[in-house]
Design a protein around this ligand. Structure first.
Ligand code: HCA
Ligand code: CU
Length: 395
């Protein structure tokens, strides 16, 4: 049994909280509703929203989104403060993600509180939220630059106070996968509640760090569509889904409606006015594009040779490039088959030589390659291309 099949991992999509903090993001109420519906249909277990304390608009949207029929639980992300907690309860959400800055830097420059004061405040807010019947998570902002003893003291105390989970946040994207593994593993031995991980991508480690947290015993993983968030964001939904699928495709196919993923990514990209990056996992334009002759030869015999993810599971197609000087004859034979052409291997090799020669000097288009294949095929039928076209036209 894989890690994923046996562990009760939940995805917390925070596109509508962390993602709202992305430089160019603006979500209208209608877009928020559509996105909650899409994410819910996809099957994420939780959706996190901006705090109702952030603005009148956030408060109003929180009410509306929490009242939608859905399977996913709705969380709101608030400061560890009674005023914010009251607003969260009033908004009708299922749970609250609380956070407090614990690093020396944040204590000094943000809220100015010491450990005792942080704990006192946390216990008051946690008690209130639990009494109101909400799911509660307590997280320490900037966990990796916080004192380990302070951190564990705090987590132990909030665990004893009955939180559903504690959160580890790599707020500045400084953590390395092994560090994440070690901290979460240590924490796993200290608290009995769930463990959430939230990782920023400043150094390109967000998905790896998030996956390492899972391997070390985390139960809840934060993601956002396209990885949107402060600065260059956090682990992306599509990246983490790819990562999990690579471990256990069956379990992930069963748990999530994978063909919805490209639609969700495109929807969010349009909403915030960005292009889906060409190299985004699963959804980027080049994610299933194959070029080199050696790759294509093996791929055509067995796609698994060069694909760890099956594009069909995500409702997308693989693209075999035929118009490049790296193109091999297997790709062209495959293309001829798609075009329904009668053409033998010797002729395919002739076309391959022509493609390599022409495409070595300047880019050529797939249409030009198709035309070369058609012309060669027409030769074998004993007619010139012009006649073939005319005869085709008469049919
Ligand atoms: C931030 C806060 C946060 C919180 C994460 C969490 C972070 O916007 O700075 O509550 O788990 O990265 O620390 O997103
Ligand atoms: Cu964050």
């Amino acid at each position: 049994m894989s890690l994923i099949a046996t562990s009760p991992v939940s995805l917390i999509d925070t596109t509508l909280r962390e993602g709202e903090q992305f430089a160019d993001a603006f979500f209208s109420r209608e877009q928020k509703i559509d996105l909650v519906r899409l994410l819910d249909a996809f099957g994420v277990e939780y959706i996190e929203l901006t705090s109702p304390a952030a603005s009148p608009r956030s408060a109003a949207d929180c009410h509306v989104l929490a009242s939608l029929g859905r399977e996913a639980k709705i969380l709101t992300h608030i400061r560890c403060h009674m005023d914010d907690a009251r607003l969260a309860v009033d908004s009708g959400v299922d749970g609250v993600n609380l956070m407090f800055g614990t690093s020396e830097l944040l204590r000094r420059h943000s809220h100015g509180k010491n450990l005792e004061q942080i704990l006192e405040r946390a216990l008051e807010v946690i008690g209130f939220l639990r009494a109101s019947g909400l799911e509660v998570r307590f997280s320490s902002e900037d966990s990796f630059r916080s004192d380990l003893v302070d951190l564990l003291t705090l987590y132990r105390a909030v665990d004893a106070a009955g939180v559903d989970r504690v959160g580890v946040a790599d707020t500045v994207g400084v953590a390395r996968p092994q560090q994440v593994f070690q901290l979460v593993k240590t924490l796993r031995g200290v608290v009995g509640c769930g463990i959430e991980f939230h990782g920023h991508d400043d150094t390109g480690c967000a998905v790896a760090n998030t996956f390492c947290a899972l391997e070390a015993g985390a139960t809840h993983l934060d993601v956002s569509v396209l990885g949107l968030g402060e600065r260059n964001g956090i682990a992306s939904l599509e990246g983490l889904v790819a990562r999990l699928y690579a471990v256990d495709p069956g379990a992930i196919r069963e748990r999530y409606r994978l063909p919805l993923l490209p639609e969700i990514v495109e929807f969010v990209a349009q909403a915030v006015g960005v292009q889906v990056p060409f190299n985004a996992c699963i959804t980027g334009s080049a994610a299933f594009s194959h070029r080199a002759g050696i790759h294509v030869k093996a791929l055509l015999e067995n796609p698994r040779a060069y694909e760890i993810l099956d594009p069909e599971d995500f409702g997308v197609s693989r693209r075999i490039q035929i118009a490049h000087h790296l193109t091999g004859w297997n790709a062209l034979r495959h293309r001829a088959g798609e075009l329904g052409l009668v053409i033998d291997d010797r002729q395919i090799k002739t076309v391959t030589r022509k493609v390599k020669a022409r495409a070595g000097d300047a880019p050529i288009s797939p249409d030009e390659v198709d035309a070369l294949l058609r012309a060669e095929s027409a030769l074998s039928a004993g007619v010139t291309l012009d006649t073939a076209v005319v005869e085709g036209g008469r049919r």
